[in-house]
Write a protein that binds this ligand. Structure first.
Ligand code: HEM
Length: 502
């Protein structure tokens, strides 16, 4: 069904349609169409009682890297193969949008970067991404450290009160504490607003902000107005001369207003800030929660991490430079993201028909998919795939380290560190899409380095001062999902001050 004529510009769309039809037909005849895709049967009843992403894992083991899942009349394609994920996220990224996810997020995030349609996204990504430049990240490490210090001080004060009753241990819901910490950090980092949720006895503000969209929108409008009134126009050169570490306000909002002019559309700016507030809050809190959950079950790894913190920091503070030496801590953070990716599923909808490439796992011919196809890329399945990881369910931060003796290169196991030279943390490029904690391709997370450094700092400062144990058993910690994987009833922990901590 190939179009034979030499094409003119007017003929181009027609040719694309014919090509697509031809691909669909060829795939269908060769047994590679969506119709021949393995199908997870009996789906809906299996969903009760456990999070969707866990059921998707079981079906992945049964049906392979690409399969179809039907919910009544609705069907989703579930992708757990790195080649296919790379195709959708990077190679053919602009043939997909966020589909159902955009429908859900739009009322909260408007046209912010995560749900944004392609046109809006193209304009805004160019503006927002440069805000995460090296000087900004360096200034942020100071903010992470200040905020983490407040959290530690709070724990120490609680311990002092407890010690009066001869108790040397405090019991806390660390998930709630990390949520407060991450909220304070994201408020300061994105729009220089101090939620003060760590230090407030009763976090009224936090509750209000979580429940009342109007309160936060009004607050953001006020901050935007204020930033515009105090605008100091700048360009990249002048920006680099700013003493970022000592700026009163190093926030992203300040950057966006100062760099881009007073004419930035307020509504768009608000949508972007709101998106980052949400995207950077519970995700990072979840990483910290699961990191502690995993470390508490591996006391020898906690000791190893503490030994690193002691040797790098002593009793001092974390700095941008010290992150380079906190190597084991960094691996703990990425290994946590491997086991508990946030979110566990990425959602896409095909804007045109497409031919998915064959993957590693059997389906060599690939599949044609019609436009409108809804897709889940299961990051959880990729990260726990027995095809790519030894003992995929085990917490083994060391797994990322290999030494290629011949070249003297230390890198990330099974992957090629040379693909991303100088990267502080393993990423999807090095892993060629078998590991993608921040997505990949053009719509990859803009806040990845922010979040990784934030988690490393907070974890280092906690372990510097405290030994942590779970209050009950690990099996008691039930896991539930919204946008992130979190616990059902909090992460109840016992914190004991370390003997060497002064
Ligand atoms: C996008 C994960 C922290 C801002 C994403 C995506 C993932 C992700 C997987 C891609 C979504 C997709 O392709 O559908 C995480 C994790 C974080 C984190 C695991 C913490 C550990 C942050 C922070 C910020 C942020 C701190 C901002 C300060 C964004 C934005 C996007 C995004 C704006 C949309 C990018 C675009 O479409 O151009 N994030 N994120 N994230 N993230 Fe993050």
């Amino acid at each position: 069904v190939r179009c034979q004529s030499t094409s003119t510009e007017e003929e181009e769309p027609k040719r694309n349609i014919l090509d697509n039809a031809s691909n669909l037909l060829t795939n269908f005849l060769s047994g590679g169409s969506l119709g021949s895709m393995p199908t997870a049967e009996g789906a809906v009843s299996d969903l009760f009682g456990k999070p969707l992403f866990l059921s998707l894992y079981d079906w992945f083991l049964e049906h392979g890297g690409v399969y179809k899942l039907a919910f009544g009349p609705k069907a989703f394609v579930v992708v757990s193969d790195p080649i296919v994920a790379r195709h959708i996220l990077r190679e053919n990224a602009f043939s997909y949008d966020k589909g159902v996810l955009a429908d859900i997020l739009e009322p909260i995030m408007g046209k912010g970067l995560i749900p944004a349609d392609l046109n809006t996204w193209k304009q805004r990504r160019r503006v927002v991404a440069p805000g995460f430049h090296a000087l900004y990240l360096e200034a942020m490490v100071k903010i992470f450290t200040d905020c983490a210090e407040k959290t530690i001080l709070k724990f120490e004060n609680l311990l002092k009160e407890e010690s009066l009753q001869e108790e040397k241990v405090i019991e806390l819901d660390l998930e709630a504490e990390f949520s407060s910490l991450a909220l304070d950090i994201i408020g300061l980092g994105v729009f220089n607003y101090d939620f003060g949720s760590v230090t407030k006895e009763s976090p009224v503000i936090k509750r209000k902000f979580q429940s009342d969209l109007k309160v936060i929108n009004d607050c953001l409008d006020g901050l935007i107005r204020n930033a515009k009134e105090t605008r100091q126009e700048t360009d990249v050169e002048k920006l680099q001369q700013r003493d970022y570490l000592n700026l009163k306000d190093a926030s992203l909002l300040r950057f966006l207003v100062d760099m881009r002019g007073a004419d930035v559309d307020d509504r768009q700016l608000r949508d972007d800030l709101m998106t980052m507030l949400i995207a950077g809050h519970e995700t990072t809190a979840a990483v910290l929660t699961w990191a502690v959950f995993l470390l508490a079950q591996h006391p020898s790894k906690m000791k190893k991490a503490q030994a690193e913190v002691d040797s790098v920091l002593g009793q001092g503070r974390t700095t941008f430079e010290s992150l380079k030496d906190l190597k084991y801590l960094r691996l703990i953070v990425v290994e946590t993201l491997r086991l508990y990716p946030q979110p566990p599923l990425l959602i896409r909808r095909a804007l045109t028909s497409d031919a998915l490439p064959g993957g590693y796992m059997g389906d060599k011919d690939g599949y044609a998919i019609p436009d409108g196809t809804d897709i889940f890329i299961s990051v959880y399945n990729l990260h726990r795939s027995p095809y790519f990881w030894d003992k995929p369910h085990e917490f083994e931060p060391e797994r990322f380290l290999v030494r290629r003796e011949s070249e003297g290169i230390e890198g990330w196991a099974g992957f090629d560190p040379c693909r991303s030279p100088g990267a502080l943390y393993p990423n999807e490029i090095i892993a060629d899409f078998a590991f993608l904690p921040f997505g990949g391709g053009p719509r990859k997370c803009v806040g990845d380095q922010f979040a990784l450094m934030e988690s490393t700092v907070a974890l280092a400062m906690l372990l510097q001062k405290f030994d942590v144990q779970l209050k009950g058993s690990a099996e008691d910690v039930e896991l539930v999902t919204g946008a992130t994987i979190h616990t059902k009833n909090g992460l109840l922990c016992k914190l004991k001050r370390r003997d060497n901590a002064h």
